[in-house]
Design a protein around this ligand. Structure first.
Ligand code: DQA
Length: 144
């Protein structure tokens, strides 16, 4: 079965605990459940990962870059800092959808620039965890 790979970067393991006024009270487990529900409706499987180590995220991208039906990525703070994560994601064959739970454009100026947006097929910001569901929908839509 085709697989949507959902990758999460640093501190997203603390979803539900960290800054709930910014990120909400849902946990990363809730995000995973949502992604699996949406993907299941489209006959897709989900591989769901989170890491606090930049090289691990890059290795994960390399592992799936050819096989994934699409990659949904919330790279957290690496979005704003990492050319290396960008370079890895640029090698993904399928669509890459960038997600941010918060509206990064309404926050501190250092969050306004993304190293990923111009290589992403789509960008979803400020929709809370629903953005992950929309991102999985977008991967499915691009396969149809
Ligand atoms: C985030 C926004 C980033 O600026 C921040 O560093 C995160 C989460 C979001 O989902 O809103 O860790 O990617």
């Amino acid at each position: 079965m085709a697989t949507v790979v959902v990758l999460n970067g640093p501190n997203l393991n603390l979803l539900g605990v960290r800054d709930p006024q910014v990120y909400g009270s849902a946990t990363l487990a809730d995000v995973e459940t949502l992604c699996r529900e949406v993907a299941g409706r489209h006959g897709l499987e989900v591989e769901f990962r989170q890491t606090n180590h930049e090289g691990e995220l890059i290795d994960a991208v390399h592992e799936v870059r050819e096989s994934a039906a699409g990659v949904v990525v919330n790279a957290g703070a690496w979005t704003h800092t990492s050319v290396a994560v960008r370079d890895a994601l640029e090698t993904v064959v399928g669509p890459v959808v960038e997600v941010h739970i918060s509206n990064v454009h309404a926050r501190e100026p250092f969050r306004h620039h993304s190293y990923l947006s111009d290589i992403a097929a789509a960008v979803i910001v400020g929709c809370g965890i629903r953005g992950y569901g929309y991102a999985v929908e977008e991967v499915a839509a691009r396969r149809a």
